[in-house]
Design a protein around this ligand. Structure first.
Ligand code: A2P
Length: 338
């Protein structure tokens, strides 16, 4: 009989945790036992998994005993707090937070790009930042054909990236504004409904925010290529779920648009969405709930003969987080690394 695993989700009540539960069931991950962990606030809540109600437990060291795999999505400080205990308990941790992503001993993996990296794990594997995953899936197939020298990207990031409470806040703000009331901003720093603002992650001394620097550093690590130059402007937009990105890619020589289209139409995890007659291209509502990164509007950059422009949308909670983590877990199972 095929091996089955004891799996724990750390942050099971959050936006990504909820999706992890769905995706494990949907993809029939071989589970012997599923443990749902969160903060003490959620202890006792019951969540359905494959027709069974599972009670959420507060996270304790004891909870990891006998567990084979921990899928963590409860924020950096919670990941840092529990990582060594998870590894000491003999489990592999796939961590969705930024806590270990740039640690040279921790593989940072997008299965469509660097699946081989999982083999080097020492107990922790990091799941990249959501905008970085979506960008990487779309541009790596082109990079393999002809190395990308420089990426200029602007992101349009949904509320889901800031968690389940930010999504609720966007709905409440929208309702408040429609009723003529003043919207409250408690989760995100400013009202997002009918508004947008530069990404709320901490600003760095170089003027970039943390989210933008994650795109720079994580793309280089995943691609295994420190020479790629990347500059990003990350923006929060009043979309509930699914991020969008406007991407400019510069090569050392022209990259024919038709060649790019052909490559992306065959690329794993990518769906080409282009109807030039109808001016129909990827939109966050179409990407929501989908596994693929939707890519379209591929065109020659009229300002640079060596550059292409493209537009993409991807479900931040699925491919940008939960799905990528489960795909990493599937790789571990396939390669007997769990
Ligand atoms: P809880 O619902 O009990 O607060 P999101 O990213 O959608 O905001 O979700 C964050 C997830 O991380 C939730 O499941 C949340 O649980 C969990 N979490 C937050 N703080 C802790 C903590 N200190 N220990 C364990 N889980 C935590």
């Amino acid at each position: 009989m095929a091996k089955e695993y004891r799996v724990a989700i750390l942050g099971a009540t959050g936006a990504v945790g909820t999706e992890l539960i769905h995706i494990l069931a949907e993809r029939k991950f071989p589970i012997k036992e599923l443990k749902l962990l969160a903060s003490p606030r959620s202890a006792g809540t019951k969540i359905s998994f494959q027709g069974e109600l599972i009670e959420v437990e507060a996270t304790t060291e004891e909870a990891f005993r006998g567990i084979d795999l921990v899928l963590a999505s409860a924020g950096s400080s919670t990941s840092k707090q529990w990582a060594s205990k998870i590894v000491a308990a003999g489990a592999v941790m796939i961590d969705n937070s930024s806590a270990f992503r740039l640690n040279p001993e921790v593989p940072l993996v997008v299965p469509e790009i660097n699946p081989h990296a999982v083999a080097k794990h020492q107990g922790i594997i990091a799941n990249p930042n959501c905008t970085t995953i979506l960008l990487g899936v779309a541009i790596y197939p082109l990079h393999r054909q002809q190395p990308i020298q420089r990426v200029v990207v602007a992101t349009y990031q949904s509320a889901s990236g800031a968690g389940a409470r930010a999504m609720e806040e966007l709905k409440a703000q929208t309702e408040a504004i429609l009723k003529g009331e003043t919207p409250k901003a408690e989760v995100l720093p400013y009202p997002l409904a009918f508004n947008l603002f530069p990404h709320n992650s901490p600003l760095q001394p170089n003027g970039y925010c943390e989210e933008e620097m994650k795109m720079v550093n994580e793309t280089r690590k995943i691609f295994g290529d420190d020479s790629i130059r990347l500059t990003a402007t990350c923006v929060r937009v009043p979309v509930l779920r699914a991020h969008s990105e406007a991407v400019n890619l510069e090569f050392s020589q022209p990259f024919p648009v038709e060649k790019a289209r052909e490559i992306l139409s065959l690329a794993p995890g990518v769906k080409l969405v282009e109807d030039w007659q109808r001016n129909y291209f990827p939109m966050p509502i179409d990407a929501t709930g989908k596994d693929e990164v939707l890519v379209g509007r591929i065109r020659q950059d009229i300002s640079n003969p060596n550059a292409l422009e493209l537009w993409l949308c991807g479900d931040q909670i699925r491919k940008g987080a939960a799905l990528n983590a489960v795909q990493i877990a599937e790789l571990l199972v396939a390669e007997n690394l769990l």
